[in-house]
Design a protein around this ligand. Structure first.
Ligand code: PEP
Length: 248
């Protein structure tokens, strides 16, 4: 049985005060205990958010990290620094990082190895552009991203890894993949994991959908066999919406 996972990606939003306010609002609601809820917050909010979620089951995530433990990497944050703050998850290879900050399949792979070595669970983002989808290349693109991200990743780590299928054209655009399309691609990604590792890993890997997920689309999405959760941007910034997603 794969535990459903709903993760909020706050992106570059919320200063410390706003973060605490949002967490306190979320805490007023009863959350479904069978769903893993994660909030991925800006680096500067991590310490205060960690304290604010102390008495809850909510998990804490970062949105990026460097693969090295320390050194001359101005402006970067290391896995040791995240671990020290009690981070459980880290989003890696988000399309915004691939698009604006030259993140590549190779750096995603290095970061995934490093995160796992430091007991931080990676949420690995993959997904095609509109152009790639329109030219019928979406499967080829996503398969290649998955194969490269998982190069030399040990099978015993599969249960610690989450994949987020996020078609780039659906992120922050209000356009969303249909639940059937999301299910199809996630099934394809699961098959790819099966080809690399085998049957057990194929069944165990958790795969989310991301791209303009909203309270009115979540139950259909989560009703699909292959879909184990959602990675959510915009709707995770509103307490009521985020709670509705967790309690789908
Ligand atoms: C995201 O940031 O990963 C995302 C899916 O954003 P949104 O839900 O706003 O499309």
């Amino acid at each position: 049985m794969r535990t459903p996972i709903i993760a909020g990606n706050w992106k570059m939003n919320n200063n410390i005060e706003e973060s605490i306010e949002l967490v306190e609002e979320i805490k007023k609601f009863q959350l479904d205990r069978d769903v893993e809820a994660v909030i991925c917050v800006p680096f500067t909010d991590i310490k205060d958010v960690k304290a604010a979620i102390k008495d809850t089951d909510i998990k804490l995530g970062a949105q990026n990290m460097h693969w090295e433990e320390k050194g001359a990497f101005t402006g970067e944050i290391s896995p040791l620094m995240l671990k020290e703050l009690g981070v459980d998850y880290v989003i890696l290879g988000h399309s915004e990082r691939r698009q604006y900050f030259n993140e590549t399949d190779d750096t995603v792979n290095k970061k995934m190895k490093s995160a796992l070595n430091h007991d931080i669970k990676p949420i690995i983002c993959v997904g095609e552009s509109l152009e790639e989808r329109e030219s019928g290349k979406e499967r080829e693109v996503v398969k290649s991203q998955v194969i490269k991200a998982f190069e030399d990743i040990d099978r015993k780590e599969i249960e610690n890894i989450v994949i987020a299928y996020e078609p780039i054209w659906a992120i922050g655009t209000g356009k969303t993949a249909s639940a059937d399309d999301a299910n199809d691609m996630i099934g394809f990604i699961r098959d790819t994991i099966g080809e690399i590792y085998g049957k057990e890993e194929k069944q165990n890997i958790r795969i989310q959908y991301g791209g303009s997920v909203k309270p009115d689309t979540i139950s259909e999405l989560m009703g699909k066999e292959e879909v184990d959760g959602a990675l959510v941007g915009g709707a995770s910034l509103k307490s009521e919406d985020f709670v509705k997603l967790i309690n789908y």
